[in-house]
Ligand binder design. Sequence first.
Ligand code: ADP
Ligand code: MG
Length: 478
Amino acid sequence: MAGHQGNVESTLRAAVAERLGEGRFGLWFGEGVRLGVADDALEVGVPNAFFREWIQGHFASNLIEAAEAVTGRTLRLTFHVADEAEPRVGNLIEPPPAEERRQPGKTVPLAPAPEPASQPSERDRDRDRPRNQARPPRRLDDFVTGPCNRLSHAAAVEMVQTLGTSFNPLVVDAGVGLGKTHLLEGIGHAMRTRSPGSRVIQGTAEAFTNGFLDAMRSGSLGSFRSRYRKADALIVDDVHFLAAKRATQDEFLHTFNALIAEGVPIVVAADQHPRRIARLTDELATRFLGGMVVKLDAPSPDTRAAILKAKAAARGVDVPDAVIGYIAEHIRSSVRELEGALHSLIAHAVLTGKRLDLALAKTALRDTIRHTAAAVGLRDVERAVCQLFELDGETLKSNSRARALSYPRMLAMYLARKHTGAAYSEIGRHFGGRNHSTVISAEKKVLGWLRDEEHSALLAGFETVADILAALERSLGT
Ligand code: ADP
Ligand code: MG
């Protein structure tokens, strides 16, 4: 490679790393992956089809953005697969089905030419489609259930079967990476499968917003409205995006009301309970609450293991139980992180040609795990709790059993257990030299409060313990 290209490559790599963060960049853009610019394309050289699929599915827009920032040109994304023949590690990964096998260097259109706004249908429909089109839709059948999500899954199935006659709308409330989009895509897919030809409009609140603004600009509000109002079902992801967008919210409310009046099933997902989405109009919040609100919680260790097994099986990879257990124990934040860890481990095995065993898992995931574990430390928890309760660290850790202190201390221990990955004993030591059983009973107590939706008068401005924890978690950035 010429010096000039080499230079471009290192600039590109830096720009991509900046967008992905070092952890992810290190995992997916190591030695085996090259970046180059040729003509009007950013060419990504990858060792095998698996890398192409993964990078294309997850980082395509970051790559294009980085390349355009570096070159100042509009570029397509192309892949060059060094080894179209399958990976070296025996039967580790099933070859993709024949129709999915693409030619090396096949391009992916990333920035389709804009069309005149007055030619709505085809392109608008596209825009509302989930962004990652290379991937087949996620299905309700692939959604692994456990105590954290069973109710939501059942509600989704019920929605598909009764099409809004038992409740309408269905609102799915969950934090990032816990399966909202999966569930919504699954619902859409199931509805289309049950009645082919039905008009299921599915997209993000952002797409709705953009469509609405475009329609306003181009004077085609009428066709925008009639398109939505002719829907047989409406599925809108990430409705918290509507917060503070007054005009769009009003438009959405009208659409919503018109469809509900016709008995058209509506499903929405949000990153919070509708009542807690700041700057959502009362009217819209009330509308959302008129149906069924279900929550997806973070999965328990057993469910994490079950999800990992399902994902490994879906890839056709045989992952030993010890490895599943190891990942399930260490990656706790979200299903997305779990999936990411599993995939990077598989990639690691493919790249190095090593056996996928516990030793490899420990090496391959070292950074990921350290990163997740380090993301929130005991001191961060201490700081957040002290700040909210207006205490200093010494007081929090003191021997006092006064409720005004023991209470925030228990919350701190609970949060430490939930987010830091520290052992009970370590947490006990940190919060005033207590032993591990103190931490265990604090955790139980807090879980009890949460279960009983315990109200708390200890902190002005918060109604329940859950509200206080939510505020603390927000300040921890979890
Ligand atoms: P969200 O939209 O809430 O941020 P996603 O629906 O995108 O989360 O989920 C993140 C990833 O985790 C997706 O790849 C999804 O398929 C997967 N996932 C989430 N929950 C489950 C589950 N219960 N079973 C299987 N996969 C899941
Ligand atoms: Mg989502």
